[in-house]
Design a protein around this ligand. Structure first.
Ligand SMILES: [Zn+2]
Length: 164
């Protein structure tokens, strides 16, 4: 995705309340983010609050979604629904996002299990490392990340889906 400024990040959120935007903290390494390498940008609020954020590029627009981590993870290990990596129970958790528009005002939300630190991008690579003889050219599509990106797109889509 293209590089974003802090202002662009803050203006991207489609389901955030004013209070949430006020409390939003960027990751400590925001200025070091390697945007070229990312298909989406996700992080936990560094304040330790039970919030996380996902940003995705949709054509020229950037769409941001605020996530709420609900409670501790499951006791047993579980699979992240975004990157499909198996994680110990405390490293995968249920995240919910308030839907946009009327649905959100009625309190409607969507939820899914995601890596607790939201680092699916990293985790999918760690779980499926390249074989020693595999070399990836810069800019080449990474098939393993493809599914992860698609599932994150679907999730963000559900947040924005208009209610019939
Ligand atoms: Zn994940």
């Amino acid at each position: 995705m293209r590089a974003l400024t802090e202002t662009e990040v803050r203006e991207a959120f489609v389901n955030a309340s004013e209070e949430e935007l006020r409390l939003l903290r960027l990751p400590h390494d925001f200025l070091l983010v390697d945007w070229d390498y990312l298909d989406f940008f996700a992080w936990r609020d560094p304040s330790g609050a039970k919030r996380g954020y996902v940003l995705m590029q949709e054509d020229d627009r950037v769409i941001g979604v605020v996530l709420h981590a609900s409670g501790p993870g499951r006791m047993r290990s579980g699979m992240c629904n975004i990157c499909h990596t198996m994680q110990p129970g405390n490293q995968v958790g249920l995240f919910t996002a308030r839907r946009t528009g009327d649905a959100g005002r009625r309190g409607d939300s969507v939820g899914t299990y995601i890596c607790a630190d939201l680092s699916c991008h990293e985790n999918v690579r760690l779980a499926h490392p390249l074989a020693p003889n595999e070399v990836r050219a810069p800019g080449q599509v990474d098939m393993r990340l493809d599914g992860t990106t698609r599932r994150m797109e679907n999730f963000v889509g559900r947040v924005r889906e208009p209610v019939p």
